[in-house]
Design a protein around this ligand. Structure first.
Ligand SMILES: [Zn+2]
Length: 99
């Protein structure tokens, strides 16, 4: 096992540094020992009823539409925490599959 890819939403409430640190600890002595944990940021996206489209929230503390600045509560992404790919035998990145 060379690398484990994780999709991590900005709003998942998990700190990347803490995750990397725990990964080393929990994989020590397992077949995953020495493999890399690759964390991919998933941006916060909301659906704006005003603009009738999805947009990427610039500041997740204020959930506002990037186009019209309207307040949006219809969260479409940003809370993800899942494995997206496993690189085996040092092969190049596998194609990432989204759920
Ligand atoms: Zn809008």
């Amino acid at each position: 096992m060379q690398a484990v890819h994780l999709q991590l939403g900005v709003l998942a409430g998990v700190e990347q540094a803490a995750l990397q640190f725990s990964y080393e600890i929990v994989t020590a002595g397992t077949p995953l020992e020495g493999s890399a944990l690759v964390i991919h940021d998933v941006p916060v996206r909301v659906y704006c009823p005003n603009c009738a489209q999805e947009g990427e929230v610039v500041n997740p503390a204020r959930m506002r539409c990037p186009t019209c600045e309207g307040l949006c509560s219809d969260l479409r992404s940003g809370k993800e925490l899942y494995l997206s790919a496993l690189d085996l035998f040092g092969e190049p990145d596998l194609e990432e599959t989204k759920v």
